[in-house]
Design a protein around this ligand. Sequence first.
Ligand code: CP
Ligand code: NVA
Length: 309
Amino acid sequence: MPDSNRPHHDFLAIPDFSTPELGALFQLAERMRSGAYTAKPLSGKTLAMIFMKASTRTRVSFEVGTYQLGGHALFLSPRDVQLGRGEPIADTARVLSRYVDGIMIRTFAHQDLDELARYADVPVINGLTDLLHPCQILADLLTIRQHLGTYEGKKIAWIGDGNNMANSWINAAYRLGFELALACPEGYEPADHLLQRAREVTTVTVTHDPREAIAGAHVVNTDVWTSMGQEDEQKKREKDFAGYTVDAAMMEHADRDAIFLHCLPAHRGEEVSADVIDGPQSRVWDEAENRLHIQKAIMAVLLGGEELV
Ligand code: CP
Ligand code: NVA
């Protein structure tokens, strides 16, 4: 078992960072984006990247980001490592910790991530589980800072599934205190324990009426109706999410200067219309780029000893 006094910590969920730490993390990511940050804190270090699910952005941004910080990244899919043939997560964690300086994992059950972190002696980063997708929401917040200056005092709307993205938005509202309005079809609500905790510090509403959630919103967010691992439910979900497409008519209810975000991959004609995602309010390409900058900041801190001040 790892020593509880180990000098690093993991990034499994947004509340792993304090509110001031998140502010400093965004500033560090912004220095990385502008080119002002030229240090190589991962020099001589290696990141293991375990992908039990597919990925374009997470895989490429972590691999490129590690390289840009002077380190090396290993892509490990279940086809390549014994984890895919049933080797226990705990054993994988203990063995990888003898070779690498950090582990990023994308997997299904959130408890598998917790178990990996429990047995690893090196920092563990959540690259998406069925419950949470924290790196993405930090990239989204960085995009809001880029285009709206701040998330403070803004109304953020979530239109769609109460999934890993929605749950991480709730965690962000818990830490940063902005207003969050979610619209989810009946039976697709986000995790209740996260909702209850966030509601102790800020306004988080859940409605079955997308127009109510989007009214006056400064940021409009959606995601696929069928997440990875739910492919068998595609047909049922298409029916259950009727009326949840973020299209131009829906966007009319948001603030006039609202921006549209989507973590991607997107299904045009399902959760979002082409004219919205490819239109003037969309910031999805900056959002995808910001994955690189925020993850570099996270790795510089967790693996590279960069201080958050
Ligand atoms: N948004 C996101 O995490 O994309 P990938 O699934 O391509 O990594
Ligand atoms: N909710 C989606 C996000 C993909 C980045 C999924 O889990 O598949």
